[in-house]
Ligand binder design. Structure first.
Ligand code: XLS
Ligand code: NI
Ligand code: NI
Length: 478
C-alpha cells in the first residue's frame, strides 16, 4: 500500500516536471557556440522551450504554470482584470538579477547568458525579455538605462549603446507590448557615490542630468507612459558632512529641469518619485509618501509629479503598503505601485514577490477607490530568492505575484459590493453628517461657536471603534 502511494507520488511529480521541462525545441545555450552566442544578437529561436503560454485555469488547477486567480479578460466592478492590474515586468530583477549578495557569488546561470556585458548580450537579453512577456501574458515592462545597455567609456558611447538596444526593443514591442516606465540608473557607478542630483560634486550633477536627459528621450521614443525617479543615493550617511538644505534645493532644481525637458520633447508621461527611507544611504530624502509630498509642495512641483509606491519601501519606513498607497491617494499622488513585499523578520529591501493575500486585498481596496492606476500600473519590482535557480522559477514567481494581486482585487471587490465595511466606517463618522458637522468640514465653524455647542451638549457620547468587527468582515472576504 505504502509503496503504491510512493509510486503515485513519483508519477505525479513526474507529470509536473514534464509540464515544466517538456520536450526540447532549440533553445539558446550561450555557452556552446550556437547561433545565439554569436555577436549579432539576432538569434530568434526560443529561449524558454517547454514553457507554454500561461493560461487561466481557475483556483482548482494544480498546474504551477497556470493562473488560478488572474483572468485577464474577466470583468471585476465593470473593468477587465488586466486593466485594473496593468502588470509590468521589471527588467533589472528578472533579467539582470544574478542572485549575488554581499556574501556570495551569483547563483543564476541562465542558459542565454554568456557571462559578458556586451552589446550583443544586451540585445539577446532583450529578446529574452519579450519572449518572457509574451508567454506570461504581461504586456508592459520597465527598465533602467544601464540594465538594458552597457555603460560606455563616454556619455556618447553609452548613449550609442542605449540607442542600439532601444531600437531593437521598439521593434520587439510592436503593437502588443508597451513601456510602463523608464528610469535612469544613478546609483551603481562610483561617480554617484555621494548622490546624483544631491552630490556635492558639480561634475556629478552635470553627468546625472545628461544621463536623465537621454533616458527621458528613449522612454519617450519607446512610448513610455511614465518616467521614474528613485533617489538611489539621494540622501546622506552623516549630517555632519552634509548641507541638507542645499542638497534638497539641488534636487528640486534637477526636477525642474526634468519637467522643462519633458515639455520640450513633448513627452506626456507622468513623472514619478519613488519613496524609500534608506538603503543604500542611511537616510534617503524621499523617505515616504508624506515626505515626498511635502518636498513636492515646498518646491511647487506637486502638480508635475505623482508617486510610485513600493510595498517593501513602505514597510522599511515603518508603514504598511496600504498606508503608503492611501497616503498617496488622498494627496492625489497615487501614480504606480512597485509590487513586492518584504520579509517580516528581515530589515532590508528583500524585494520578494507579494504572496500575502491579505496585504494584496488592502492595497486593492485603495486602488479601486483610486479608480485604478492608469497610466501607472503594478510593476513587479521583485526578484527570485538567491536559492531559486530554475528558469521556470522566473515564471512561477510572476504567476504567483499576479495571482496574489488578482485575488486581492477579487476580495476587495467583494468587500465593496457587500458594503458592510463601508457602512461600518460611515457610521463611525455619522455625527459629522449633521448641520454642525457640515459647517466644520466647510471650515465655517469658529471656536466661539464650538464652545457654545460644547456647553450646550455637555459630555460627548463616544462610540466603539468596532475594530475587531472590521477585521472579521475583512477576513470573511479572503
Ligand atoms: C530600489 C528601487 C528601484 C526603483 C527603480 O530599491 O525599488 O528598483 O524601482 O530605480
Ligand atoms: Ni522600486
Ligand atoms: Ni526597492
Amino acid at each position: 500500500m505504502k509503496s503504491a502511494k510512493f509510486l503515485l507520488l513519483l508519477f505525479s511529480l513526474n507529470i509536473v516536471s514534464n509540464i515544466v521541462t517538456a520536450a526540447a525545441p532549440p533553445t539558446c545555450p550561450a555557452d556552446i557556440g550556437s547561433d545565439c552566442a554569436t555577436d549579432s544578437g539576432e538569434w530568434t529561436g526560443e529561449f524558454f522551450p517547454g514553457i507554454p503560454k500561461i493560461k487561466y485555469e481557475g483556483p482548482s488547477s494544480k498546474n504551477p504554470l497556470s493562473f488560478k486567480w488572474y483572468n485577464a479578460e474577466e470583468e471585476i466592478l465593470g473593468k477587465k482584470m488586466k486593466d485594473w492590474m496593468r502588470f509590468s515586468v521589471a527588467f533589472w530583477h528578472t533579467f539582470r538579477g544574478t542572485g549575488g549578495d554581499p556574501f556570495g557569488a551569483p547563483t543564476k546561470m541562465w542558459p542565454w547568458e554568456d557571462g559578458t556585458n556586451s552589446l550583443a548580450m544586451a540585445k539577446r537579453r532583450m529578446r529574452v525579455n519579450f519572449e518572457f512577456l509574451e508567454k506570461i501574458g504581461v504586456d508592459k515592462w520597465c527598465f533602467h538605462d544601464r540594465d538594458i545597455a552597457p555603460d560606455g567609456k563616454t556619455i556618447e558611447e553609452s548613449n550609442a549603446n542605449l540607442d542600439e538596444v532601444v531600437a531593437l526593443a521598439k521593434e520587439l514591442q510592436g503593437k502588443k507590448i508597451s513601456l510602463l516606465w523608464g528610469t535612469s540608473q544613478l546609483f551603481v557607478h562610483p561617480r554617484y557615490m555621494h548622490g546624483a542630483a544631491t552630490s556635492p560634486e558639480l561634475g556629478t550633477y552635470v553627468y546625472a542630468a545628461a544621463q536623465v536627459k537621454k533616458a527621458m528621450e528613449v522612454t519617450h521614443y519607446l512610448g513610455g507612459e511614465n518616467y521614474v525617479f528613485w533617489g538611489g543615493r539621494e540622501g546622506y550617511q552623516s549630517l555632519l558632512n552634509t548641507d541638507m538644505e542645499r542638497e534638497l534645493d539641488h534636487m528640486a532644481r534637477f526636477f525642474e529641469a526634468a519637467i522643462a525637458y519633458k515639455k520640450k520633447i513633448g513627452f506626456n508621461g507622468t513623472l514619478l518619485i519613488e519613496p524609500k527611507p534608506q538603503e543604500p544611504t542611511k537616510h534617503q530624502y524621499d523617505w515616504d509618501a508624506a515626505t515626498a509630498a511635502n518636498f513636492l509642495r515646498k518646491y511647487g512641483l506637486i502638480d508635475e509629479f505623482k508617486l510610485n509606491i513600493e510595498c517593501n519601501h513602505a514597510t522599511l519606513s515603518g508603514h504598511s503598503c496600504h498606508h503608503e498607497v492611501e497616503t498617496a491617494r488622498i494627496n492625489g499622488l497615487l501614480g504606480n505601485i512597485d509590487a513586492n513585499t518584504g520579509d517580516p523578520q528581515v530589515g532590508w529591501d528583500t524585494d520578494q514577490f507579494m504572496m500575502d493575500v491579505g496585504e494584496a486585498t488592502l492595497v486593492m481596496l485603495t486602488v479601486i477607490k483610486n479608480g485604478g492606476l492608469a497610466p501607472g500600473g503594478f510593476n513587479f519590482d521583485a526578484k527570485l530568492r538567491r536559492e531559486s535557480t530554475d528558469v521556470e522559477d522566473l515564471f512561477i514567481a510572476h504567476i504567483a505575484g499576479m495571482d496574489t494581486l488578482a485575488r486581492g482585487l477579487r476580495n476587495a471587490a467583494k468587500l465593496i459590493e457587500d458594503g458592510s465595511l463601508g457602512e461600518l466606517v460611515r457610521k463611525r463618522y455619522q455625527s459629522f453628517d449633521t448641520e454642525l458637522g457640515a459647517q466644520i468640514e466647510a471650515g465655517k465653524a469658529d471656536f466661539e461657536l464650538l464652545e457654545k455647542k460644547a456647553i450646550e451638549w455637555g459630555e460627548p457620547k463616544v462610540g466603539s471603534a468596532k475594530q475587531e468587527l472590521a477585521e472579521m468582515i475583512f477576513q470573511s472576504a479572503l
